[in-house]
Ligand binder design. Structure first.
Ligand code: PEP
Length: 247
């Protein structure tokens, strides 16, 4: 069984004042069997890493450049994230794919950069509403899996996050049957390519809240969640972590 993971994506939210939420999470957090990852804006990464160094809470980046260094104004390399205290980085989030035109090839290159820097890549995939409604979800997932994951992915260096684009930040959540169908499909596709696929962690992401966490975590092949809005406050994220621990 893969070890469970609750990952939080703060997106473009948070100034140093928000670190009180991390302190509150660390103080209250006691969830055996669950790894916790928080991905703040890059400006908070080092401070959050320092604030959590005595706790079993990993911090991570939200994106990285595919190159280790160079003339790429505004970008951050995986090595830089690692040096700031990160243990992981999200790659291929749908907001990066949409806002910055990132392709599957870009996501694969960024994930490889993460491996090279010693980071876990949390690789995001998921269909749009149009794709869901036209019945192409599983073929979209196949294309993204094939193109976004480097060949040297392992259960130790890779987490896959299934995030239907239409569920992110909308309050709309797929049925547990829909989540289960896609997660089983992802597991099967990974098993055809990677020998340790059974241990790769598959997260569901998209409007996860304390109120729906129990149902989502009961779905087979759901090993945790990637949480956006509900990861910003300890009072919201803490109960999700507890629900995962109890699942
Ligand atoms: C996300 O940003 O990855 C996400 C799932 O956001 P939310 O939980 O707010 O839908």
């Amino acid at each position: 069984m893969p070890r469970k993971l609750a990952a939080g994506n703060w997106k473009m939210n948070g100034t140093p004042a928000a670190l009180t939420e991390v302190a509150a999470l660390c103080a209250a957090h006691s969830a055996p069997g669950v790894d916790v990852l928080l991905c703040p804006p890059a400006t908070l990464l080092a401070q959050m890493a320092a604030a959590t160094q005595d706790h079993a809470l990993m911090v991570g980046g939200q994106d990285c450049h595919a190159n280790a260094s160079g003339a790429h104004t505004g970008d951050i390399s995986a090595q830089m994230l690692k040096a700031a205290g990160a243990g992981a980085v999200i790659t291929g989030h749908s907001e990066r794919r949409t806002d910055h035109g990132e392709t599957d090839a870009d996501v694969s290159a960024k994930s490889q950069a993460a491996y090279d820097a010693g980071l876990i890549a949390v690789i995001c995939i998921g269909e749009t509403l149009d794709e869901r409604e036209s019945g192409t979800t599983l073929s979209v997932i196949d294309t993204q899996l094939a193109g976004s994951i480097p060949d040297n992915a392992t259960a130790a260096n890779t987490v896959i996050a299934y995030e239907p684009v239409w569920a992110i930040g909308t309050g709309k959540v797929p049925t547990t049957a829909q989540i289960g169908e896609v997660h089983a499909h992802i597991r099967a596709r990974l098993a055809a390519r990677f020998s340790d696929a059974a241990d790769m962690r598959l997260l569901y992401g998209g409007s996860v809240k304390a109120s729906n966490a129990d149902d989502i975590f009961a779905v087979a092949d759901v090993d945790g969640a990637l949480v956006g809005g509900a990861s910003l406050k300890a009072s919201d994220f803490g109960p999700i972590i507890t629900a995962l621990s109890n699942a």
